[in-house]
Design a protein around this ligand. Sequence first.
Ligand code: HEC
Length: 111
Amino acid sequence: MLEVMKFAPVSIFVLLAPGIAFAQPLPGDAVAGKVLAMRSCAGCHAVAQEQNQPASDGVPAFLTLARDPAVSERHLRTHLQTPHARMPSVPLSRREIEDVISYILSMRLAN
Ligand code: HEC
């Protein structure tokens, strides 16, 4: 519960952010995806637009991924479902994967 409270203002920001009237359906819940990203991914990735610098060198910011046309929904899903050399697997449920993909793609739509 405390965890949820901590990120509540962020979720509200996402909800109110202009441009989040999605032109295309997203596979999951982008707001839940942002909360998850702040919790599970922000240690290495810059996950939010407000963060300019990635937390670690050589780790792509989510906004950079969102702006890369080569990064499709399928690409993100594959990446999150298969182990990667330099990125340790973060255990995510199918639902969480869809949510975090939605969050990343929502940044593309908003920009
Ligand atoms: C311990 C550090 C670490 C954590 C935690 C982490 N990542 Fe990564 N991630 C990396 C590194 C390093 C790379 C670049 C190397 C690679 O692609 O394997 C990367 C690359 C990526 C890529 C790009 C793959 C590509 O090249 O197209 C995506 C998407 C991604 N991470 C998503 C996530 C998500 C979503 C989370 C949270 C659920 C997360 N990462 C958590 C370190 C991390």
